[in-house]
Design a binder for this molecule. Structure first.
Ligand code: NAG
Ligand code: NAG
Ligand code: NAG
Ligand code: NAG
Ligand code: NAG
Length: 417
């Protein structure tokens, strides 16, 4: 019965995945990697991932270089186990542990370069806001990429030898923080509200929710919620497709994911699915989304890194309530618990920033937050960025009750979250 709910994208995943179990054959030395932009990706009207090539000269080292480091990742030992666990909702499957080359997330410049990659995912290369990557541009359109396609866009970068490939994923194009909106806004909003709200954006009595699972008195029907996600949550399955398509194009490459906001959450979810390094900037809490999507949880998610700051209410799930700027813009981003390790800049206490959704923009991250070393003097940490921590005791949607209100004979989802 559940397979009937599966987007074809996920069925494609079952049929096509090949997991690489190859450990690094050479001893690893941290190295400098210079990336060049290869492709743009987008979503066609038929929800297919499409690509177009960007023809460019090599990006200058200075503009787009970062340091790599060794990262331990966990990958499902078999695709079949992973998929059947997802649909049986059992989280115990065998995992393979391996080490891959990942971004050195202790390095501020590396984080800044990744943030620029995520920032560029918002724009066409000809837009003035496109960061100067020091290269000349020439686009060709061999894959039928449609410029006005809805939702979900980004770029694919690679090192000249194709050893490492970075997939960047754009965030939500809400007019109130990127200054424009655009064709992707509507679909982004639906997906944000399904994945990152407690009960399909039941923000207040005047809100029409994006699914009909509200049962009154802060009760939400879990089965209904998960059915809606399976049917309507395009983004996760698109992310899975995107990843598969990129591994098809670059079968021997080491792949990383980066993204901002919703794009960051997506990168993180796909990173957990495939056991690949992911770095997310200012992303809403993704732990609840991972549960709702029934992603089996690996023994460790240390290969996923979240970077956010405390003046941005969105990653903290505090841009809520009917009068919040998020609600006014039609977003219910209510989750604040993140997968993996977190680098949290306390811009409120240390820099005196006020909490304001306008600090959510990726340009704030690139041009202000990551442009300078972080002063850790009083905490005794000898790093140019804040330390890492895990949001282990974090609880989302604590004022909500989730359960099987519609059909007491079905108990399978009652324990989530
Ligand atoms: C892009 O490439 C095509 C053919 O490869 C060429 O005709 C065209 O002039 C180039 N455009 C730019 C702006 O360089
Ligand atoms: C890198 O991959 C691309 C496919 O996108 C291919 O055209 C190119 O020849 C590869 N380069 C190297 C050095 O392997
Ligand atoms: C990309 O994924 C789609 C599924 O959305 C699949 O039909 C297509 O064959 C894939 N393309 C490549 C090149 O892997
Ligand atoms: C802090 O880092 C600097 C530069 O890496 C190093 O020289 C110094 O010894 C470190 N101090 C401590 C207390 O670890
Ligand atoms: C209730 O659960 C039973 C058994 O799983 C199922 O056959 C039935 O369709 C469900 N009814 C509703 C209204 O969901």
């Amino acid at each position: 019965m559940l397979s009937g709910l599966l987007p074809s994208a996920l069925q494609y995943l079952i049929a096509s995945l090949v997991w690489s179990k190859e450990p690094l054959s050479e001893p690893f030395h941290p190295q400098s990697l210079a990336f060049e932009l290869r492709h743009e990706h987008g979503l066609s009207y038929h929800d297919r991932v499409v690509f177009r090539d960007t023809v460019s000269s090599a990006l200058t080292q200075q503009d787009f270089t970062l340091t790599s480091s060794r990262v331990k990742v966990h990958r499902p030992a078999s695709v079949a186990d992973f998929m059947s666990a997802r649909f049986r909702q059992s989280s115990t499957i065998p995992w393979d542990e391996t080490e891959v080359e990942g971004p050195d997330v202790t390095n501020r410049q590396t984080l800044q370069t990744l943030a620029k990659m995520a920032a560029n995912a918002y724009q066409e290369p000809t837009d003035k806001e496109w960061y100067d990557l020091g290269a000349e541009w020439n686009n060709s359109y061999p894959f039928g990429w449609e410029p006005d396609a809805d939702g979900f866009r980004g770029h694919i970068f690679a090192t000249p030898d194709n050893s490492t490939v970075v997939i960047s994923v754009k965030g939500t194009s809400a007019g109130w923080y990127t200054g424009g909106g655009g064709p992707t806004t509507r679909k982004d909003k639906l997906n944000d509200n399904l994945l990152f709200s407690c009960c399909c954006a039941r923000v207040g009595p005047t809100w029409s929710t994006v699914c009909g699972c509200y049962e009154g008195n802060y009760k939400c029907d879990q089965g209904c919620l998960e059915k809606s996600l399976a049917e309507d949550s395009l983004f996760y399955s698109v992310g899975v497709n995107l990843y598969n398509n990129v591994t098809y194009m670059y079968p021997n490459s080491n792949i990383w994911l980066v993204g901002h906001s919703l794009g960051g959450s997506l990168g993180s979810l796909v990173g957990v699915t495939f056991g690949v390094p992911a770095v997310a900037f200012e992303a809403p809490g993704d732990k609840l989304a991972a549960k709702r999507l029934h992603l089996p949880s690996p023994p460790s998610t240390q290969h996923v890194t979240h970077v956010y700051h405390t003046a941005d209410p969105i990653p903290q799930g505090t841009c809520t309530g009917v009068r919040s700027v998020c609600a006014i813009a039609g977003f219910a981003l209510e989750t604040g618990c993140h997968i993996g390790k977190v680098i949290r800049y306390d811009t409120v206490s240390k820099l005196g920033w006020s909490v304001d959704a306008r600090t959510h923009g990726i340009h704030v991250i690139v041009d202000r937050l990551l442009a300078e070393d972080w002063d850790n003097e009083d905490s005794g940490i000898n790093m140019t960025i804040p330390g890492f921590y895990e949001e282990e005791d974090c609880v989302d949607c604590h004022n909500w009750e989730f359960g099987d209100f519609r059909n007491a004979s079905v108990a399978m989802c009652a324990s989530i979250p």
